[in-house]
Ligand binder design. Structure first.
Ligand code: PMP
Length: 413
């Protein structure tokens, strides 16, 4: 039976993290895993999360450990939907209400990964796309998720190595030539992981036209809203644009609260499925299908983390506190980008480094080769993904000079 199982390659970010933990060198630096770290290199429970936890603790609600519904916490979902689609979704000064809101069917998920997985399963079973177009490179789990869903995977060229930016021409060329009706296209809504390079608004407009023209199903992965720029509206611009498009597009959004609330292990997220028309029966059937899939997998998403998010988003004062925390995180990351860049320039390190300042979000795609990545690990005990992706928040005042010197060393020798 089990003796015939072949070995499975380990997941890279978690394997790199494990190797870092094992390393006994005092100067070791972890730039592998995508988690926020403070200037002291420690995890940071957001201040607003601590405040919400206190609220919840004091309330001593006797229902606090009861089951959620299969769909999840509906108030959490309402607030999560507002966050993604926002006020602009409707020609009104209020948040999205009325008929437009009914284009969105939402279900609570086991964080962003769970939302990606559930969406993949929904589409694989019910639409049977010819293939899914995955950016090259991407968050590696996209490949695993769609492989498990049994959908053929193809890639589109996302990154232009020469310009160190989004390969708009390559993407449009590939999709125009080869994508077929009902194919799915994975899009990172903001702060593309691993490259930190995003399309411009004009490029997003062209991509939305292309999706309409070719009858593609956009699938947005939204893992960094508010974390990328510190601005929730800006980070959701792509999705809101696709939502407003005429004629209307149908698409999915996988929303994660891991990074923007620092709730990594709590597994808080949602899947939003946007329909082109408002039809009560369609929405009911869609929700029923999603609930059926969730019930058979794990019955419902966990409630601990979603209660924290609901408490914050439902209270003006706490929400403002959250904005402050988002600024704290995104500004520290920005400062570290600058510090790394300044140091490489000061050292006159071979190559060009301005992409470090241009890329956004948690990561930078340094441009080191795999050999250089292995060298920096063995010589200097600095850990990053083999693609040369570094998590900027692993940098701090105490290690940024050392990291720059080490980069300088491996690109010279
Ligand atoms: N998508 C992308 C692009 C990510 O970077 C991540 C986090 N690494 C996720 C989804 C999902 O993370 P989680 O399951 O913790 O929400």
């Amino acid at each position: 039976r089990f003796t015939s199982l072949p070995p499975t390659p380990p997941d890279e970010p978690f394997a790199v993290n494990g190797a870092y933990i094992e390393d006994k060198d005092p100067q070791k630096v972890n730039l592998g895993i995508g988690v926020y770290r403070t200037a002291d290199g420690l995890p940071w429970p957001l201040r607003v999360v601590e405040a919400a936890e206190e609220h919840l603790h004091e309330a001593k609600n006797v229902h606090r450990h009861e089951y959620l519904t299969i769909q999840g916490d509906r108030e959490f979902l309402r607030l999560a939907t507002d966050l993604v689609f926002g006020a602009e979704a409707k020609n009104s000064t209020q948040l999205m209400t009325g008929p437009d809101r009914d284009r969105v069917v939402s279900i609570q998920t086991v964080s962003g990964t769970g939302a990606n997985r559930l969406g993949a399963e929904l589409l694989a079973r019910n639409i049977q796309p010819g293939c899914v177009w995955i950016p090259d490179p991407t968050w590696a789990n996209h490949h695993t998720i769609w492989e498990l869903a049994g959908v053929q995977r193809k890639t589109y060229p996302y990154y232009n190595n020469a310009s160190k930016s989004f390969d708009f021409e390559g993407t449009v060329r590939t999709l125009s030539k080869s994508a077929k009706k009902n194919d799915v296209i994975i899009l990172h809504a903001c702060a593309h992981n691993p490259t930190g390079a995003d399309p411009t608004q004009e490029q997003w407009k062209v991509l939305s036209e292309l999706c309409k023209e070719k009858g593609l199903i956009p699938f947005f992965d939204l893992a960094y809203q508010g974390f990328a720029s510190g601005n929730l509206e800006q980070d959701a611009w792509s999705i809101r644009h696709f939502f407003r498009c005429e004629p209307k597009l149908e698409f999915c959004v996988a929303q994660s609260f891991s990074k923007n609330f620092g709730l990594y292990g709590q597994r808080v997220g949602a899947l939003h499925v946007v329909t082109s028309t408002v039809n009560h029966q369609t929405s009911q059937n869609l929700l029923g299908t999603l609930c059926h899939l969730v019930r058979g997998e794990y019955s419902m998403a966990p409630r601990g983390g979603s209660e924290i998010v609901r408490t914050v988003l439902g209270d003006k004062g706490l929400k403002n506190k959250w904005f402050d925390d988002l600024m704290t995180m995104s500004q520290r990351i920005q400062q570290m980008r600058q510090a790394l860049y300044d140091e490489l320039i000061r050292l006159k390190t071979l190559g060009k480094w301005d992409h470090i300042l241009k890329q956004i979000g948690m990561f930078t795609y340094l441009g080191l080769s795999e050999t250089q990545v292995m060298k920096i690990r063995s010589r200097h005990h600095i850990y990053m993904l083999k693609s040369g992706r570094i998590s900027i928040s692993g940098l701090n005042e105490s290690n940024v000079k050392y990291v720059a010197q080490s980069i300088d060393d491996v690109v010279r020798t």
